[in-house]
Design a protein around this ligand. Sequence first.
Ligand SMILES: Nc1ncnc2c1ncn2[C@@H]1O[C@H](COP(=O)(O)OP(=O)(O)OP(=O)(O)O)[C@@H](O)[C@H]1O
Length: 300
Amino acid sequence: MTLILENISKKIQHQQVLKNVCFELNEGEIVGLVGRNGAGKTTLFRTIVGEMKADFGRIGLDDQDYVRTISVHDQLFYVDMPENWLAHYTPNKIKSILSLSYKDFYSDWYDERIKQFNLNSKKRVQTYSKGMRALFTIIVGFASRARYVLLDEPLDGLDVLIRDQVKQLIIDRVNKNNTTVLIASHNLIELDTLVDRILLLKDGSINMTFAIENNNNIKKYQVAYDNDEMLAFLRDNGTIIAHVGHIVTVVFSDFDESIGIKLAGSDFKFIEELPIGSEDIFRASFASEAHAWQKELEGE
Ligand SMILES: Nc1ncnc2c1ncn2[C@@H]1O[C@H](COP(=O)(O)OP(=O)(O)OP(=O)(O)O)[C@@H](O)[C@H]1O
């Protein structure tokens, strides 16, 4: 089964939040969704599950129209806790409510996880701490046994020990049930340890899709230069994400042989390849904005 988004567009109060968003999610993938604050990640989630109606475009599960085909609505799970009305209830009540719409609700597994993570089953979810709510949302999401689970900032507020267990839980569910997980997060370091690839939402559209592993197109170097011509070469071919004296850290998002040859030459005083992370790619994607702010601060 494939979840297909075709040209999804959404305007909220005259603001074009989503513009022709297109991507596909395949079975068993863990995919990250990143973007700046207000980029439209939550709006996209709400539009995918039909909480918000897209102005244009189509959301399909294979060749079925997801929004119009009620019989496939149990294939997608997204709950915005604590905003969702479900948060007014206890875990037991939530289980009985969700079992009506998610016919394959994994009741035993749900009860075991509530116990494992010491969540109070007698308290309303609304009264949980932020971290406990995040944890509960992940548990209920996977208990639904929906083919697609959408998680908005799932690791936000979790302490480091719980975070490790939750990451393991996500991987375990994906491996055992072939669930597909879409994770919106600002924590790119955590995402790097979890996802197969990352979608970057910028200017309302999916601006870039990238995978860290086995990606030879994206490279990061620390370089010492001694003339303006060398600096111009780095600026023209890559994005400088740090610059101290004559030493720069540069990310090449389109690394090719010609750049490799130039770097390997003796022109630069010092050069070292550094491990790449999603944060580097994110910074590189927003380098012009960061550069403008820097200039503004320097001008103050
Ligand atoms: N109900 C609403 N009414 C008015 N504007 C809205 C509404 N929902 C979202 N927006 C606007 O749409 C834009 C996208 O918001 P959204 O919450 O989807 O972003 P986000 O990427 O999830 O942000 P963050 O990373 O900060 O959580 C923002 O400019 C926001 O103000």
